[in-house]
Design a protein around this ligand. Sequence first.
Ligand SMILES: C[S@@+](CC[C@H](N)C(=O)[O-])C[C@H]1O[C@@H](n2cnc3c(N)ncnc32)[C@H](O)[C@@H]1O
Length: 209
Amino acid sequence: MSHEHHRHEHDKGFMAKVRWLLKIRSFWQSDTNRAVVDLVDPQPGELVLDIGAGMGPATMLAAGRGSSVVAVDPSGFMRSICGTRRLFQRARGRITVEPGTAERLPVAGGSIDALLTVNAVHHWVDLDLAFAELARVLAPGGRLVLMDEDFTHPEHPMHETHHGHEDEMTNVDVDAIAASLSGLGLEATGEKTVAAGVPVKLIRATRPA
Ligand SMILES: C[S@@+](CC[C@H](N)C(=O)[O-])C[C@H]1O[C@@H](n2cnc3c(N)ncnc32)[C@H](O)[C@@H]1O
């Protein structure tokens, strides 16, 4: 089975659709996405990769700051919304929307100055493959920010909606992820912290120049 077609159980079924509808507003724009773009701090002329871009909240913000952005998502539905949204941006000439997964990224090795992913790591199916891809695509001196809202945290406002579904998602262990990235030659740190007022899991790394 190709990685484009991997799905977790929580992506299926009626309740999944209900949860999805409840979240749709935050798929368009969210404070978490804004916080990640602030951390990544995209600069004019840089090439940014948004993995699991969804409807493109981080992509639009990053492009608005003058960088070029490749938005990658395996879902044709998400890509069609992101691609339509792109047309309404002043920065549309700097945005491309591509099919792909974290496990197979559609960009050249060493080409990415800044890489970000918001609320997507828990969807990744093969973390080792994905981390190898992150290390492959980052340019020397490049940086990455992976942020997942910690829906398992009792203080997360959507904790109740997600409670009981943890075992259907890929576990996001910040220490293990930082260790894996360090093993691939990146300088990485992982922490559980608060961003935009919600508990998050945050991994930051740079590729030495
Ligand atoms: C919860 S949404 C987050 C979208 C966006 N980053 C945001 O913050 O609104 C998760 C996204 O990850 C995508 N996704 C699922 N599996 C993936 C994979 N293996 N690699 C990359 N993205 C994946 C989904 O299609 C979906 O658009």
